[in-house]
Design a protein around this ligand. Structure first.
Ligand code: HEC
Length: 178
């Protein structure tokens, strides 16, 4: 008896509180303004292996060299050799008997991810500070340092996802497993 009375008063209190919340929500809580497509575009930067999500623009490694040297080399070295284990972006070998060195060239399965990651997360000290054109150029340079594209090969929404990465078949798709 005591317990159920306590329960009833708790429920009554909850009802009272939600009534107060609803009425004050109607009067004073500011729920903001709807998000525009333009605002969303700033967040939605995922460039996929299918080619979806790439911006317009293009770039070559030759164009990306200067950007790499001024914005990336301090952490990644002039030739991608890095200044710590985490910042080596060239070389490596997934077939090695030792623990393999995972880099863009040895490990990453899709060139689209290289572009996507650079565009969203790099340079680490100023993410998203490159414009789309610069992101294409410097991504081309990283792929060039790995020997995966030519110096003057034009990379854009169509050609970049087609760059074949050495470890493209090194992953097992388990997305079907429940
Ligand atoms: C202030 C240092 C710094 C600068 C400048 C910088 N990076 Fe990085 N970068 C890092 C660090 C640290 C990582 C490792 C991050 C991690 O593993 O989460 C990284 C990771 C990367 C990776 C992925 C490496 C891998 O295999 O996991 C790429 C590609 C890359 N950076 C490209 C660039 C490019 C291109 C630029 C210039 C536009 C740049 N970075 C500038 C520090 C930096």
């Amino acid at each position: 008896m005591y317990t159920s009375r306590k329960l009833i008063s708790a429920l009554a209190l909850a009802g009272f509180c939600s009534a107060v919340f609803v009425s004050s929500a109607q009067e004073s809580v500011r729920l903001g303004t709807p998000v525009s497509e333009a605002d969303l575009a700033g967040f939605d930067l995922i460039a996929e292996p299918s080619g979806a999500g790439f911006p317009s623009g293009s770039g070559t490694a030759a164009q990306g060299k200067a950007i790499f040297e001024s914005r990336c080399a301090a952490c990644h070295g002039l030739n991608g050799e890095g200044n710590s284990a985490a910042t080596i972006i060239v070389g490596g070998d997934m077939q090695s008997e030792e623990s393999p060195l995972r880099t863009v060239g040895s490990y990453w399965p899709y060139a689209s991810t290289v572009f996507d990651f650079i565009r969203r997360a790099m340079p680490a000290d100023a993410p998203k500070s490159l414009n789309d054109e610069e992101a294409y150029q410097v991504a081309a340079y990283v792929l060039y340092l790995n020997g995966l594209v030519g110096e003057n090969e034009v990379l854009n929404a169509e050609t970049l996802p087609q760059v074949r990465m050495p470890n493209a078949d090194g992953f097992i798709d388990q997305s079907d497993i429940q």
